[in-house]
Design a protein around this ligand. Structure first.
Ligand SMILES: Cc1cc2nc3c(=O)[nH]c(=O)nc-3n(C[C@H](O)[C@H](O)[C@H](O)COP(=O)(O)O)c2cc1C
Length: 154
């Protein structure tokens, strides 16, 4: 069977929460991990599947993901998956990035979201933050299952 090349593009700036998820998924898929700023549009051509992930900031993925996708060509037969961590797990927050990716003709195969620790702004005054120690082992085990499901779809 031909080797499937997977690239995970992850921006994880608040506490590295999403990077923990990215590393688990990458481990299962033998994927490279890069930040959006490290990806040149032509790099995408070297991969069969691209994962796009970040924390959720003000209801959507990090701006750097949008800037990157904006600069990409329209794709042909390129599969993608979307993942995130957030203070509230609500997949609707994937919709803006999902729509951007669809506009570039990516075929979205699956999506994953789990809770991530937040102590930004006034939230730090509530018990020192919300979702302490998330993503936890259970979240990361779900991320592993998500990756295995993607692997099965190859
Ligand atoms: C400036 C800022 C805005 C955020 N906005 C949201 C939001 O709109 N919805 C949500 O569920 N979580 C929100 N969060 C929580 C983050 O999505 C969560 O902490 C995430 O795990 C951060 O991931 P990271 O450590 O990979 O950057 C926000 C966090 C920050 C710092």
């Amino acid at each position: 069977m031909r080797k499937i090349n997977v690239l995970i593009i992850c921006q994880s700036i608040h506490h590295g929460n999403t990077m923990k998820v990215a590393k688990v998924i990458a481990g299962q898929l033998n994927a490279d991990i890069k930040k959006p700023s490290e990806v040149k549009p032509a790099d995408i051509n070297k991969y069969d599947v691209i994962g796009f992930g970040s924390g959720i900031y003000n209801g959507k993925h990090h701006i750097s993901q949008f800037k990157l996708v904006e600069n990409l060509e329209v794709q042909k037969n390129k599969k993608a998956f979307i993942f995130s961590t957030a203070s509230i797990c609500y997949k609707k927050m994937h919709e803006p990035l999902r729509q951007e990716l669809i506009s570039k003709r990516f075929d979205i195969i699956d999506e994953f979201i789990c809770k991530g620790f937040i102590n930004y702004s006034f939230i730090k005054y509530f018990f020192g933050g919300l979702n302490k120690k998330r993503p936890n082992e259970k979240d990361l085990s779900k991320a592993k299952d998500f990756a295995l499901k993607i692997k099965d779809s190859f």
